[in-house]
Design a binder for this molecule. Structure first.
Ligand SMILES: *Cc1c(COP(=O)(O)O)cnc(C)c1O
Length: 394
């Protein structure tokens, strides 16, 4: 049987690893040595689940969408990560990583952010634990995501605008790595998705796996079976998707569908469809599929949704696609917008634009009457209202 999880060397098939500068060997090695002991300790588990429950508001509901079920003539459930504290699945990861940082004696937290969602989730847990927080953010993103910048500052974080490159997420990540190199002893770097050097992809996937842990229990309550026929999630780096599928990877009866951002169309030159457009390369310490030119320069990704425009993809997903365990659809901006308006009008739920990509993927699939489908609604649409109002067709 194929192993879809990470091996001892930090690889998922051909993807993963830890390609890092020498100066980071010590802190990455420390994390590699410690993370499983910490995650499996009773004290961590107690604190993690308690915070997820009392602070983040878990378990998130599994909601049967009557509208989508009728439209697709099967049963479609929404896993409501949009109802979490700070509005998305990202809080699951930051709550876990702040507890790890504390146990490793780190006093200073750094993070990268694109749209600002991971920055806000990190600043939130730093306020909770009274730890210093520095967030790197491309200057372009600082300007287009002013509310999130103000939120982070209100929470006590220092936001540093990054002016290298295109001044977006990739550049912010480079800068965060540079900071980590200069402060390896006291600093923990909270990466926001299943990307970066080993052990981050595995660490973040395990922290997000609470999503599939809950789906199993909730499906038994509602359907008297613990597995759906399909799991559907959007992928930027791939953390909400990894959490959604984690406990089902070895169950081949559960089909995995990933929705990546097609942007203005995958052949338009303005896309973030990394799985379909990418080739193997190394980004931020990880060997994975990467959008790059012939001579290996990273291609700047584009999507209407700021959370999906990463030029790489988590190594776990690159391997799932290689091994045909997962199916991928590229969903264009317009298709995502339409799916967002449709859910809003018919269910009274305004989804995040990222999550709308997962919803739109349903339109590219065919179902049997008896199928049970779980779509992860990774976040709520409050942060996307300006985009929605500019593109409204109501
Ligand atoms: C950040 C974000 C994503 C993309 O990140 P993944 O690591 O791919 O999950 C998706 N949805 C929402 C709501 C986000 O905030």
């Amino acid at each position: 049987m194929i192993d879809y999880l990470v091996n001892e060397l930090g690889f998922y098939g051909n993807y993963g690893g830890a390609y890092i500068p020498e100066i980071l060997h010590r802190c990455v090695n420390d994390l590699q040595k410690e993370y499983l002991n910490i995650l499996e300790s009773d004290s961590f588990k107690k604190d993690f689940y308690q915070l997820l429950h009392d602070y983040a508001g878990r378990p998130s509901p599994l909601y049967l969408s009557r509208y989508l079920s009728k439209k697709h003539n099967c049963k479609i459930y929404l896993k409501r990560e949009d109802l979490n504290h700070t509005g998305a699945h990202k809080i699951n990861n930051t709550v876990g990583q702040i507890l790890i940082a504390q146990r490793m004696g780190k006093t200073r937290i750094i993070a990268e952010t694109g749209a600002g969602q991971h920055g806000v989730a990190t600043a939130t847990v730093c306020a909770l634990m009274q730890l210093e927080c520095i967030v790197y953010m491309g200057k372009t993103d600082v300007e287009r995501q002013a509310v999130n910048v103000q939120k982070m500052e209100m929470l006590g974080a220092t936001v540093i605008p990054v002016t290298s490159g295109n001044m977006t997420l990739k550049d912010a990540t480079n800068e965060a790595i540079r900071d980590w190199c200069s402060h390896p002893a006291d600093t923990h770097y909270i990466i926001g998705s299943v990307v970066g050097p080993h052990p981050y992809p595995d660490l973040v996937a395990r922290l997000q796996s609470v999503i599939s842990e809950e789906i199993k229990i909730q499906l038994v309550e509602k359907e008297l079976r613990d597995a759906p026929d399909y799991l559907v999630a959007c992928v930027g780096g791939g953390s909400n998707a990894a959490g959604t599928i984690y406990h089902y990877l070895d169950n081949d009866a559960v089909k995995i569908v990933l929705a990546e951002a097609g942007g203005r169309g995958i052949d338009s030159g303005e896309s973030a469809a990394t799985i379909q457009l990418g080739k193997m390369g190394i980004i931020h310490g990880c060997k994975t599929l990467l959008m790059q030119t012939e001579d290996g320069q990273i291609v700047e990704p584009y999507s209407i949704s700021a959370g999906l425009d990463y030029p790489g993809i988590g190594p776990i997903h690159a391997n799932l696609v290689d091994t045909n365990r997962a199916t991928v659809f590229a969903v264009d901006d317009d298709e995502a917008l339409q799916a967002a308006f449709e859910l809003t009008r018919n269910e009274g739920i305004i989804p995040a634009l990222e999550s709308a990509h997962a919803l739109a993927a349903l339109n590219k699939m065919e179902f049997n009457r008896s199928d049970i489908v779980v779509v992860t609604l990774s976040g709520r649409g409050d942060k996307d209202l300006t985009t929605y109002f500019q593109n409204n067709n109501f």
